[in-house]
Design a protein around this ligand. Sequence first.
Ligand code: MV4
Length: 450
Amino acid sequence: MFRKILIANRGEVAVRIIRSCREMGIPTVSVYSEADVNSLHVSLATESYCIGPKESAKSYLNVQAIIATALLSGADAIHPGYGFLSENADFADICKAHGICFIGPSGDVIRRMGDKAQARATMANKKIPITPGTGIIKDIKEAKKFCKKIGYPVIIKATAGGGGKGMRIVNEEKELEENMSLCQTEAQSFFGNPDVYIEKYLQNPRHIEVQILADKKGNVIQLGERDCSIQRRHQKLVEETPSPGVNKAVREKLAKTAIEVVKAVQYEGVGTIEFLLDKDNNFYFMEMNTRLQVEHGISEMISNVDIVREQVCIAAGLPLSVKQSDIKLQGHAIECRINAEDPDKNFMPMAGVIKGYNAPGGFGVRVDSHVYSDYEIPPYYDSLISKLICWAPTRQQAIRKMYRALKEYAIVGTKTTIPFYQMLIEDAVFISGKFDTGFIEDFCMRYADK
Ligand code: MV4
């Protein structure tokens, strides 16, 4: 097992990782920017080092500073969390070159899954369903021919993209050329790679993802599906497991397909396979995330598997601590991502001091957060300040518990999205479970009228 683990991240995910490491008796090293000197991940770690000024590029993305800190502190592994360097294949390679274990898949696997067109081709070769589409496409004549064949609307995506950035929906042929070149320009500036591909656009699908864990001895398990359809501008807001839109037959097929994806890629580590589910219960591989996800906690609640602990054990070459036959997915878990944003001002990020703080508690309530009374929220990073997760035996009871917890959650001194969720969690469409990726647009209109 590792002598010492450096967490190359901040905020709630750094706290989350430190917690599992401490339970495993592994000393931790945290790194922080000058703006995070009072952050919780600094005080909770065994050792902590300032690695640069407030700008992420000079701190949490500063590869040299992170590697140097690992070497000087004697950390023999680095956990990247999510975001920042967590899916940076070059960083994974650099860790390896310095004899430091990157807690995640190899640089090559990160690179392959990060190339969305290549990932799709890999899945198609293994007969895993993908949305009808092209590979990398540059020639407008070829693009027009393809779109004419599958019919509009189509969606253009950057192969080096993901998570919705730089994609465009095209409803008719005359818009195709301009949108293709816009996507190529954006892809080049966002991701340094102009290559795009085209898919048949599915109208308001559900966004369903499957949590998988694969060790280095060929053992693979899955922890069921998460429904992440409630997103605003590609930012997930509410996630739940199991999905109210997935029936038993689809659930079993999703699980089987997810395992096939893992084997197709010979994946090792913790990962998430994202699918789009259409109204006719057909699902299609969209992309594979090779990192720990923000919403991993709801899968932990229904499976009793500590995903971070398993991730560390896999990286250390140990077998998974559970077999699929040991796992009994129980109950229902819902997560609300609490952001320091003003929902009445178009979710504008809010910095400022938390003057009063009281987190909810009680049976089935989990708060993954790094904030506390008197904590100053820095304006330089993601606005996520807390993840409120509620578990109960049934979806109805989990909704009731979430409502109670949201009413109890006191954060004074800055605007947060708590009031927004208090409305959402008692919305009839949400409660019905009959929602898709179009939900938030309708709900925000209803919310604005309140
Ligand atoms: C799609 C899609 C419909 N059809 N692809 C890709 C990134 C992920 N965050 C959302 N993505 C989508 N890909 C096909 N072929 C619908 C989504 C999608 C979405 C797209 C545009 C605007 C908002 C969206 C919210 C969820 C899913």
